[in-house]
Design a binder for this molecule. Structure first.
Ligand code: RNT
Ligand code: ZN
Length: 419
């Protein structure tokens, strides 16, 4: 049936609930999501590193991994063309492009990211950034919390270098850069001293931030984690550590949906955090039994997160995805993750919150439960299809044949190689 016709019918059904479907689609256009480059190459980067460490892991050996800047950029562009709306891209320091002699991470300069700026300018997107505190010989034991002063100084220099690069992105592209700090430091077994590593992390962050960066251009976020592989008993950068550090230093917290105890809901944290902070940043991910970084799908966790974003207003939540699945077509992984997040946001923007909140205030929990359940079968898909059509991207599963074509023409011709 005709997409426009279906949309008109859906629009009427939502209007009866007091929901404006046109406004919901407009809001969705105003909700950029930062597309993480690292799904395209299993978090390998361009430094020739063979294996991932730091307690994170990409499993699978699907052919066609991007191995060069040119390939990764082409793949990201291909994916972005199948995702409605204008988004951002999210880079790691390990994706520096060396045209002359490579330098170590503490010597990185803006010029090493010039090709990314050119790429972002051509696509009309902003760039977000992440220092890379893993997959490096000096990260084998610890980074910003290291007991070895030379190692710690190296990573502090890396943090400062990344602030300069983030300023450069923001200046060049005319949009603030979110720079997210995540470190893998922690212990496999019960630590003797929980305090000293955290005190060193605090001091390292103080030193990085005191370099005098431009806070208008760069929004620093700090990402906590409850555990990682080989770091089961203790992580230095815990939630309490960063919540307090961010509050004291006027930074933002970044919540990754895979970084909490399995029954904790990130969605439930947003309303509390946003009463005390202007903004919160998110890494939307999908943990399956552990922080496995599966592709984001339209599940209850993501739908609840989307609801909180809709209630708070999209400008208060800095949204990025974070997953790396090497067992499926990597471009499809990006497209599925982004489109699923967008569907969840659209559903949230189409929800009659005022009515639901009134029922809650009236303590009419029967009607509230009834309406929440009935809403689940409202014609979200009709609005979504129309949104895709209007934004000139394939409707429903039509995007998949394009990815398959690209796989045949481009990805399958790449040499296979995995660690
Ligand atoms: C790791 C963190 C971190 C990384 C990326 C690559 O558990 O989630 O954000 O996934 O920076
Ligand atoms: Zn993350």
């Amino acid at each position: 049936m005709n997409i426009t016709y279906r949309y008109q019918s859906a629009r009427e059904q939502y209007a009866r609930l007091g929901v404006d479907a046109d406004a919901a689609m407009e809001k969705l256009l105003q909700t950029p999501i930062s597309l993480h480059c690292w799904q395209g190459d299993d978090v390998q980067g361009f430094e020739g590193s063979a294996c991932l460490d730091g307690g994170i892991q990409a499993t699978g050996d699907y052919p066609g991994r991007a191995k060069t800047p040119r390939e990764l950029m082409a793949d990201m562009e291909f994916a972005l063309n199948l995702i409605p709306g204008r988004h951002r891209i999210n880079l790691h320091a390990s994706y520096a492009v060396f045209t002359d002699t490579p330098v170590d991470r503490d010597k990185l300069e803006p010029r090493h990211f010039a090709p990314w700026v050119q790429f972002a300018k051509r696509l009309g997107v902003g760039i977000d950034f992440n220092p890379t505190f893993f997959a490096h010989p000096k990260a084998a034991k610890a980074t910003l919390s290291s007991e070895d002063e030379d190692t710690r100084a190296f990573w502090i220099r890396h943090g400062v270098a990344c602030l300069r690069i983030s300023e450069y992105f923001a200046r060049e592209l005319g949009t603030p850069c979110t720079m997210n700090i995540w470190i893998p430091d922690g212990f496999k077994d019960t630590p003797a001293d929980r305090t000293a590593p955290r005190a060193r992390l605090k001091d390292s962050l103080d030193q990085i931030l005191s370099c005098g960066y431009n806070r208008e251009l760069v929004r620093v976020t700090v990402e906590s984690k409850v555990f990682g592989i080989g770091l089961e008993s203790y992580t230095v950068g815990s939630q309490e550590f960063y919540l307090n550090y961010a509050a004291k230093n006027n930074l933002l917290c970044l919540l990754d949906s895979g970084h909490f105890h399995p029954t904790e809901m990130v969605a439930d944290k947003l309303s509390s955090m946003l009463l005390f902070q202007d903004q919160v940043a998110l890494h939307v991910s999908r943990p399956v039994r552990w922080d496995s970084d599966h592709v984001v799908i339209f599940d209850d966790t993501v739908r609840q997160i989307a609801r909180e974003i809709a209630i708070a207003g999209p400008q208060r939540v800095i949204l990025a995805l974070d997953f790396f699945d090497a067992s499926i077509n990597r471009i499809a992984a990006w497209v599925i993750g982004m489109r699923s997040m967008q569907k969840a946001l659209l559903e949230a923007y189409l929800t009659p919150f005022d009515t639901l909140a009134r029922l809650q205030d009236q303590r009419d929990f029967t009607q509230l439960l009834m309406l929440q359940e009935e809403l689940k079968t409202y014609p979200l898909g009709d609005v979504w299809d129309y949104f895709c059509q209007e934004n000139a991207v394939p409707v429903r599963e039509d995007w998949y044949s394009k990815v398959k074509g690209y796989e045949q023409d481009v990805l399958s011709k790449r040499e296979s190689q995995h660690c």
